[in-house]
Ligand binder design. Structure first.
Ligand code: KG4
Ligand code: ZN
Length: 334
């Protein structure tokens, strides 16, 4: 089955063509980073407008690069939420119209489940059950995944998301948006043990996270330097901050897996592009006799291939969406 996946929840307009939920025939991502960069974060109104401009050319390019025509598309999947409402509406409405006009199946996809499905695009996807950490700009969630459709939420952040903390610290260091990749690069030159930033484990038995204390601590430290930071100091701050985040993320993921006597761990979401974090988890997995899974680099951040992969499963299982379905901005807390 050939599925067209569409993603527009934040600042990437993406389309992909996926065969049988697994083979990526094409994956196109039009990033808006250059536009939002000068504002230090995503401007929702600008994002919506840029999605409107990009959606048709991006879909057109994805179908062409797959070597197909639109007559070959048998189902459409688009991100339904969570995300920016105005941004989501562009991709979701496009997908509805496309499916209706072509008389094909349509599935609305939860963006977070999409990130988990980025693992299904690997040559060797994890078997069930596996314990996954989803770390992105908006979420830091721990899941116990027992089947294609069951994702038990074990814990989540109580304040900032891990990726958001990277972005904010990059901004404090005068490095602009988005910050994850910049911090990782700076950290290469720094000493991760030079500055003792706090690790918030909250109650050690729980699986929730908190990164606001760490963020404030970095802000205080930067202020104490009277905002004069040479290259070495900037690199030391980046490396020490990154180490603090990694210590907490890896501790909680491993503990969650152990609590479920689960021998497979996975890392997904934009922060999974961080090689220091992936290396640490890979080492920890080895130590505990677990297998470690991470998506291919191009599917770590927001993309439509993962949405197509999730959509394929929903369509196959008859979990279709209708024209009356709507987007949502956040997941309701229980
Ligand atoms: O999954 P994603 O592309 O979008 C959301 O759903 O939020 O994640 C984006 C986040 C940003 O906060 C970005 O700074 C972070 O992922 N990120 C990284 C790295 N690359 C992207 N964080 C740490 N290290 C990286 N190399
Ligand atoms: Zn995402």
């Amino acid at each position: 089955m050939i599925i067209l996946g569409i993603e527009s929840s934040c600042d990437e307009t993406a389309a992909a063509v996926i065969e049988n939920g697994k083979t990526v025939l094409s994956s196109v991502v039009a990033s808006q980073v250059a536009v939002h960069h000068k504002y230090g974060g995503v401007v929702p109104e600008l994002a919506s407008r840029m999605h409107i401009e990009s959606i048709l050319p991006v879909v057109d390019q994805a179908v062409r690069e797959a070597g197909l025509s639109i007559d070959d598309i048998e189902g459409v999947a688009a991100t339904k939420g969570p995300g920016l409402i105005g941004a989501l509406l562009v991709g979701f409405s496009f997908a509805k119209a496309f499916a209706w006009a072509r008389g094909i199946a349509f599935a609305g996809v939860n963006h977070l489940e999409g990130h988990l499905y980025s693992l299904m695009l690997n040559a060797f996807p994890p078997a069930f059950p596996f314990t996954a950490l989803l770390a992105s700009g908006g979420h830091t969630n721990l899941y116990y995944v027992t089947s294609y459709n069951e994702f038990e939420l074990l814990g989540q952040t109580r304040d900032d998301a891990a990726g958001e903390a990277f972005d904010k610290v990059a901004k404090m260091l005068g490095k602009g948006y988005p910050g994850g990749a910049v911090i990782e690069k700076l950290a290469l030159q720094g000493d991760p043990d030079s500055i003792k930033f706090p690790r918030s484990f909250l109650d050690k038995d729980g699986f929730d996270f908190s990164f606001s204390g760490l963020k404030s601590s970095v802000a205080r430290y930067v202020k104490e330097q009277k905002n004069v930071l040479d290259e070495k100091k900037t690199a030391d701050i980046a490396a020490s901050f990154q180490k603090a985040v990694i210590d907490v993320l890896s501790f909680k993921l491993i503990r969650a897996a152990l609590s479920k006597t689960c021998s497979r761990i996975a890392l997904v979401g934009g922060v999974s592009a961080n090689s220091f974090l992936a290396d640490e988890l890979s080492n920890q997995a080895l130590k505990h006799g677990m297998n470690f899974h991470v998506p291919e680099g191009e599917f770590c951040g927001d993309n439509a291939a993962m949405i197509g992969a999730r959509g394929y499963r929903l369509i196959k299982d008859g979990k279709l969406s209708g024209l009356e379905d709507d987007v949502f901005s956040r997941v309701k807390k229980a």
